[in-house]
Design a protein around this ligand. Structure first.
Ligand code: SAM
Length: 238
């Protein structure tokens, strides 16, 4: 991983980010821990150093410029993306909740947070739709992040209930973002969201263009949402 430090620096520069030395060291250590642990426990399909740098570490950082406030949740964070790189780059004041239904991934995040000395990282091993209706999680985050969890129509029902009024939901999306948006716009409105636009980015000239969508919370989410996951999947909000 260490020999990929300059790739990481240039990729972050491409995104307009110039991290401190300490943040860079922590990102590289996160990548090393991911590659090491992935040999024992299945945490991620991407575990070559170049892929980890471009598709996990730098890709996660694409949302950094768009964060609002200091209470952030990553819904379906897996082995820590995008939440851990965002936390490392944003610094000590940011409170980051990492939520995933898979215990071994949350255990990995606890290990990383301990080893890197990250403060204000809360780890939650739960299903999003099961905690999104309860205090202290409902409508209490200024920014909601999520990457590679599900199609936008279903994802919006899992994520928008966490977002406070005036907060922002910033899903990472790939080349199907327009198609997903057209399916999801009606549901986003029902959930109290308003789509504001998207930012395109690349982590490297050879990597495909990706997008951060900007969805603002303009009204409270009705109490009926989120529904049980079987309902969300069989009848996505449109
Ligand atoms: N966000 C990470 C990334 O981009 O590398 C992980 C993506 S992985 C493909 C999807 C993750 O979402 C899995 O770790 C899975 O356990 C989690 N997940 C899916 N549905 C969920 C739900 N309803 N609540 C919480 N986590 C969920």
């Amino acid at each position: 991983m260490r020999d990929h430090l300059s790739l990481l620096t240039s990729s972050l520069a491409e995104l307009g980010i110039s991290p401190s030395r300490e943040a860079l060291e922590r990102l590289i250590r996160l990548g090393e821990l991911l590659i090491e642990r992935n040999k024992e426990v299945n945490l991620t399909a991407i575990d070559d150093p170049r892929g980890v740098v471009l598709r996990h570490l730098a890709d996660s950082a694409a949302v950094l410029a768009h964060l609002k406030g200091e209470r952030v949740i990553d819904v379906g964070c897996g082995a820590g993306f995008p939440g851990l790189p965002v936390k490392i780059l944003a610094g000590d004041d940011l409170k980051m909740t990492m939520l995933d239904s898979t215990g071994k991934k949350i255990n990995f995040i606890k290990e990383v947070a301990g080893e890197l000395g990250l403060k204000k990282v809360e780890c939650l091993n739960a299903r999003a739709e099961e905690v999104a209706s309860s205090t202290p999680y409902r409508q209490s985050y200024s920014t909601v992040l999520s990457r590679a969890v599900s199609r936008l129509d279903m994802l919006s029902e899992l994520c928008l209930p966490f977002c406070e009024l005036g907060g922002v939901f910033l899903p990472h999306k790939g080349p199907r973002s327009e198609e997903e948006l057209s399916e999801a716009l009606g549901g986003i409105k029902k959930l109290g969201g308003r789509y504001e636009g998207k930012t395109a980015y690349r982590t490297h000239p050879d990597e495909p263009e990706q997008y951060v969508l900007h969805i603002i919370k303009v009204a409270p989410t009705p109490e009926a949402y989120p529904r049980a996951f079987a309902k969300i999947r069989s009848k996505p909000l449109r």
